[in-house]
Write a protein that binds this ligand. Structure first.
Ligand SMILES: [Zn+2]
Ligand SMILES: [Zn+2]
Length: 471
């Protein structure tokens, strides 16, 4: 694959990664489904579907997160999440006997004490710093789950702590209809040009080593293809998500996802630490999303669907720490709380992203091109619904901002990509696509104390974002 210049990337966008979609053409909820859930449009429950709240990106001691895996699962279960994925870096919570995950650890010289054991045993390194297993971490789990809940061995003066496998965590936390653990992992590394390229695989139980290619576009593409091979025989669908492209410094340009139009999901929100810098005039996450969808829809390609994530590496919910839990999540409409139902709804685009605003309903009628949104009044005061889209006449040229430290060429896109088409002050609103509109999505915000608390981190103020819809 050749790299592409910004002048002609639209022309080349059909060249790579645009073969027919695995999951079919599912850019929006179809008319039949809208009719099938028509009762929910007025707010009355039809009894057939409901919204499930879920988190698909978090870390534990299986990689560089601070919490023991059971502590992290418990925090989400106890705080109203219906489904949850512990997406640790470059590995899976399997039974294979190991002494190190992605985080710092060390293996014993004599492994005989571990004969017949399973899972990863992490050596305690009780020092400050990133990705260590410290006494405070395993003690937190012992305090919560009891003395026998954490297994440890001392070998040559070093203490090794056993991590619970996915199967054990499922056994401990899954409750039919109430809480569901979804398996997954985060592929983490950089491309040869030094850009960070991270991707989540959701609803899979195996992993493969990082595939490092020339640039982010090639790395994402090859990883997606490797995933298709690795998971070809899986019984249930999985998700492939491009994570935090803005981190740490505008590493993955929107053009990558314009070109790789088989990538259906990305992260609109991450934690504040990963929110990235703010170079004046450069794209931010919402602009990124609109740029990708303007070009995709102009070429009749499927829209890019947003997910909301915490990417939490620590679990102290009240600290509002910079990478703690509860920043962004997904609200998925499904008939039941099973991995298949959640995956299928997300692949169909029947979900929205929230950082604090709850929607009662989202309906898009394919025939009329009308998007209707209603908001739960408990979300806060001063509810504002903005319908955002891009016209077919949007500007195709971008300016380039060059920075020295670090060296980057960052795109500054025209203002007419991602414009507010209509604003409604109130709990219900609708917008009908016009002839010259490419797509429409809704963003719902509130005012008040919660907003004040979070508005330091733009994308983390209480908000809800629907997916984009096309006619
Ligand atoms: Zn990451
Ligand atoms: Zn992560």
């Amino acid at each position: 694959m050749k790299s592409f210049s910004r002048r002609d990337f639209l022309k080349t966008s059909a060249a790579v990664g645009s073969a027919p979609l695995l999951a079919g053409s599912i850019s929006s909820v179809n008319a039949a489904e809208v009719q099938g859930t028509a009762e929910t449009a007025s707010g009355a429950s039809s009894g057939t579907t409901r919204w499930f709240k879920g988190q698909l990106h978090t870390h534990s001691q299986w990689s560089d997160g601070g919490g023991m895996p059971e502590s992290v699962c418990a925090v989400y279960k106890e705080n109203g999440y219906d489904f949850f994925c512990l997406s640790d870096h470059n590995g899976f919570q399997s039974e294979e006997l190991k002494f190190n995950g992605f985080g710092f650890s060390k293996a014993p010289a004599d492994k005989s004490a571990f004969e017949g054991e399973t899972s990863t045993w992490k050596c305690v390194i009780d020092e400050k710093g990133w990705a260590k297993m410290r006494k405070a971490h395993y003690q937190q789990a012992i305090d919560k789950f009891g003395e026998g809940s954490v297994r440890m061995k001392v070998v040559d003066g070093d203490t090794y702590v056993r991590l619970k496998t996915f199967a054990e965590l499922e056994e401990q936390f899954n409750e039919p209809g109430k809480f569901l653990l979804i398996p997954g992992w985060e592929q983490t590394g950089s491309s040869l040009d030094g850009m960070q390229v991270h991707m989540n695989f959701i609803n899979v139980k195996s992993w493969f080593p990082y595939i490092r290619k020339a640039d982010p576009a090639e790395t994402v593409y090859e990883t997606m293809i490797a995933g298709e091979k690795e998971y070809a025989d899986n019984e249930e669908p999985y998700l492939f998500i491009l994570n935090h492209p803005q981190w740490p410094y505008y590493d993955i340009s929107p053009e990558v996802l314009v070109k790789l139009d088989r990538v259906r999901f990305w992260e609109l929100t991450n934690n504040p630490r990963s929110a990235g810098p703010s170079v004046e005039g450069a794209w931010d996450p919402e602009k990124y999303w609109d740029v990708v969808n303007a070009y995709r829809t102009a070429n009749n390609k499927p829209v890019l669907l947003s997910t909301g994530s915490d990417d939490a590496h620590s679990i102290y919910p009240n600290a509002v720490c910079k990478d703690g839990p509860f920043f962004g999540w997904n609200m998925v409409r499904a008939e039941e709380l099973t991995t298949r139902a959640i995956m299928e709804s997300m692949l169909r685009g029947d979900f929205y992203v929230s950082t604090g605003v709850t929607l009662k309903d989202v309906q898009f009628c394919k025939e009329t091109g009308t998007l209707k949104v209603s908001v739960d009044p408990a979300s806060g005061e001063g509810v504002k619904i903005e319908f955002i889209g891009t016209k077919k006449t949007f500007g195709r040229k971008s300016e380039i901002i060059e920075t020295e430290k670090p060296k980057r060429k960052i795109d500054s896109y025209p203002e007419n990509i991602g414009v507010v088409l209509k604003t409604v002050d109130g709990l219900e609103g609708e917008y009908t696509l016009q002839q010259d509109d490419l797509y429409v999505r809704a963003r719902v915000t509130v005012t008040g104390s919660e907003y004040e608390k979070f508005n330091k981190y733009e994308l983390l103020m209480p908000c809800a974002w629907t997916q984009p819809y096309t006619k």
